[in-house]
Design a binder for this molecule. Structure first.
Ligand code: ADP
Ligand code: MG
Length: 448
């Protein structure tokens, strides 16, 4: 096996040691990272990602354990050795760019070379090259960084981190402050630095959408490295055991529920198996289709087509009968959610009462049809009031459910418990869909 770029050996990090607010931010972390790997440290805020990254930079002395970089214990370095390590072996990019606002863009990039005694000409040439490479035009070199967009400033920071040609590049939430287009540019830069420049990249993020960039993902929680997942879609640097790169259902579930523990994911997998007739591959396709429907770019006919098409031809593979049912229910839900949306908008207008009545009548009819519910006029009357109260936000989901199940004497509709449950559940689906409209900017790229 190749030598490790970084080896973390049973490392503990304690903040405020000996004080009343002593805190173990990292608990016995052990890990190996190999040269030219792209590793993502992933987990919710406060789990210790930045702490682990800064220990690699030589910035936080471990309470116990060791941090080896290229086989050397960096916390055994003399101050001079540590300086050299931080100048030449490792580079870092922060979320907040950390550029010096009083000097030019070019000087910002070239600055780290001063400490390595490079000539002005050499510094400027190298700085310019890197800036061009990351898409910063020459005319901006003499400007102050504050004149640039966030995306440009971050690309300057990336250029600066690379100016001394370090073997290892660290990045702490580098796109956390950027809009999605700039974020993509910057993420592509890291990919290129890893693939073309063959540098080891270790990037911190709490956003699951970036996980596909990494060779391996380190999942962290509460200061513990919970598991390491191999990204099967990337050719691995580290040799993996047979079977380790197969994209399992658990990996797919991880994308859907990024912060869940492996055990919870296994539970979800079984629940899917016993409650759904379709598997995860089909479920993913179905999710994409529903997104299209919500955006308005897929109509009922196209949806029906997808549902019926065999799984082998990228469809869902449902029977004719099942497809018609699913399409009808899906579009029914959408239609009535629009009613809820309108209802909420019109709640402030003068003829609200009339609209409410019409809306509730239609909704009741649909609920009855959907659930196949028999009701007495008295039950309908109570249902009608409860629906109006729930849509109007006067009662919550549990109140609605209770009111459906309670005896008439207590002001309830006295539906059988199962029907009360179905009514409440369907009501919440409608409200969930109707309460949130897709923003115009989320429609960019969708064909109409
Ligand atoms: P993450 O980057 O995953 O959000 P951090 O590594 O920044 O997490 O922090 C991990 C935990 O350590 C958090 O609970 C944080 O409050 C605490 N922490 C971080 N830095 C310090 C510090 N300098 N002093 C005391 N506690 C800290
Ligand atoms: Mg952090």
């Amino acid at each position: 096996m190749a030598k490790t770029a970084i080896q973390v050996d049973d490392m503990v990090i304690t903040y405020n040691k000996g004080k009343s607010n002593e805190f173990n931010a990292l608990q016995h972390i052990s890990a190996e990272i190999f040269p030219r790997e792209y590793i993502i440290l992933f987990g919710p805020s406060g789990c210790g990602k930045s702490t682990l990254l800064y220990t690699m930079l030589g910035g936080i002395v471990p309470e116990s354990g060791h941090m080896y970089v290229k086989g050397e214990d960096i916390y055994a370095y003399t101050p001079a050795e540590m300086n050299e390590y931080q100048q030449a072996t490792i580079g870092i990019v922060y979320q907040q760019f950390n550029l010096i606002s009083s000097i030019s863009v070019l000087d910002n990039v070239a600055l780290p070379m001063i400490f390595l005694n490079k000539s002005v000409a050499e510094r400027n040439a190298r700085g310019s090259d890197l800036l061009r490479r990351f898409g910063i035009p020459q005319r901006l070199e003499d400007k102050l960084p504050t004149n640039m967009s966030g995306g440009q400033q971050q690309r300057v920071a990336v250029a600066r981190a690379l100016v001394n040609d370090p073997e290892i590049l660290l990045a702490d939430e580098p796109v956390g402050n950027l809009d999605s287009i700039s974020a993509e540019h910057v993420m592509d830069s890291f990919k290129e630095i890893n693939e073309k420049d063959r540098k080891t990249v270790i990037l911190v993020t709490h956003d699951a959408k970036y996980l596909p960039y990494a060779h391996r993902v380190f999942y962290m929680r509460d200061g513990v490295l919970r598991r390491v997942a191999v990204n099967a879609e990337k050719e691995q640097v580290k040799r993996v055991k047979p079977g380790e790169t197969i994209v399992t259902e658990i990996e797919k579930l991880t994308r859907l529920y990024p912060y869940d523990e492996p055990l919870t994911l296994k539970v979800k997998s079984v629940v899917n198996f016993v409650t759904q007739t379709i598997g995860f591959r089909q479920l993913e396709r179905l999710e994409l289709a529903i997104l299209e429907i919500l955006k308005g770019t897929m109509d009922e006919g196209m949806f029906l087509d997808l549902l019926r098409r065999p799984s082998m031809q990228n469809g869902i593979g449902m029977s004719m009968e099942e497809s018609v049912q699913v399409a009808r229910r899906t579009f029914g839900l959408m239609k009535y959610s629009h009613d809820i949306e309108r209802f909420r908008v019109e709640a402030h207008s003068d003829d609200m009462f009339l609209h409410q009545q019409k809306f509730i009548d239609r909704l009741l009819e649909y609920l009855r049809e959907e659930i196949g519910l028999q009701s007495t006029p008295q039950q309908l009357q109570i249902l009608r009031i409860a629906v109006a109260d729930r849509v109007g936000g006067i009662i919550n989901a549990d109140d609605f459910h209770q009111r459906m199940a309670m005896p008439v004497a207590m002001g309830g509709a006295d539906y059988a418990e199962h029907n009360a449950y179905l009514l409440a559940r369907y009501m919440e689906k409608l409200i969930a869909q109707g309460a949130y409209t897709i923003q115009q900017n989320e429609l960019v790229g969708s064909h109409t």
